[in-house]
Design a protein around this ligand. Structure first.
Ligand code: ADP
Ligand code: MG
Length: 282
């Protein structure tokens, strides 16, 4: 569904992504993890086609995205950006309806079906009560859920989410991720940049860890999410145990006085080094 080969990409003279290779299958629920500044958002911008790449290739369903139109991309992929770009006082319903924009005919307005899809997405994200409120007058968490509703209303096969639930309380995070999982079960391919390691381990089947613009680890959650890999990538002592209900691996952070000396357990990942047992090219 998404195939990235030898991707080099950045801003001006600043090279961020270096020789990145990634292949994601249809319906896969993938978490993009890694420290601040490792290139997660940059990768999502490149896939969304809003950041031109220097070299390499990104193919969506076999189509090289560099040559595609905004309309083509918007029919394939919906994005939930890290920073909301909405500073105009649109009603939340109008924001969600924007998800239908790529499907409008040249002369027609929104159809009843477009309205139905927007309202369904607002019901699913529990934002229907905000429909007639201005997007500039709702909270950060409410804005995030409205933008997620816009992405769902777009009804694309791929959804890119960049820290999309960072402002939500724990119950709302779980509700949104349950919803995302149900979409993934029905074939939607999801790529989520996340900071919340435990949420990623609970929901994502595959984890891709970036560091300094390179993939240092890529594999199934149960194979990659362990003490050694996490401690080395985040450069702090992290212990992993099993979730008592689901059995998923869950991370525990170790406060100062209890941390083991850095050199003994979690020396940083070296340049170009790849951690096991994940692969960087799958
Ligand atoms: P992450 O999402 O993993 O925190 P980003 O992809 O946002 O990381 O950033 C990767 C690197 O690119 C960082 O060093 C960051 O400072 C730099 N960067 C991000 N956006 C810009 C920009 N618009 N112009 C120049 N450098 C940028
Ligand atoms: Mg980011």
């Amino acid at each position: 569904m998404i195939e990235i080969k030898s991707l080099f990409c950045g801003y001006g003279k600043r090279e961020v992504l270096k020789d990145l290779n990634l292949h994601l299958r249809r319906g896969e629920f993938t978490g993009i993890l890694g420290p601040n500044g490792s290139g997660k958002s940059t990768l999502l911008f490149a896939i969304a086609g809003v950041l031109p790449y220097r070299s390499g290739s990104i193919r969506i369903k076999g189509e090289e995205i560099a040559g595609t139109t905004f309309r083509f991309r918007a029919r394939q992929m919906a994005s939930v950006p890290q920073k909301s770009e909405l500073s105009f006082p649109f009603k939340c319903l109008s924001v969600v309806l924007m998800g239908r924009y790529p499907f409008l005919s040249r002369f027609g307005g929104y159809s009843r079906q477009d309205m139905r899809r927007a309202l369904d997405a607002m019901e699913q994200t529990e934002t229907i009560h905000l429909a007639h409120r201005m997007i500039t007058e709702v909270s950060g968490g409410e804005t995030q859920r409205v933008i997620i509703a816009r992405a769902l209303a777009q009804e694309t096969e791929i959804i890119l989410l960049d820290e999309a639930t960072s402002s939500l309380d724990v119950a709302k995070k779980i509700q949104i991720f349950d919803l995302l999982r149900s979409k993934s079960d029905r074939g939607t391919t999801l790529l989520c940049a996340m900071h919340d390691l435990n949420l990623a381990a609970l929901y994502c089947r595959r984890l891709v860890f970036l560091k300094d613009g390179r993939i240092v680890l890529n594999g199934l959650t149960e194979e990659t999410f362990n003490d050694e890999n996490l401690s080395r990538i985040y450069e702090t002592d992290i212990k992993v145990s099993q979730h008592p209900i689901t059995g998923s691996p869950q991370a525990h952070f170790v406060p100062g006085p209890h941390r083991q000396p850095e050199s003994s357990v979690y020396g940083p990942v070296g340049r170009g080094q790849v951690l096991g047992p994940g692969r960087t090219d799958c």
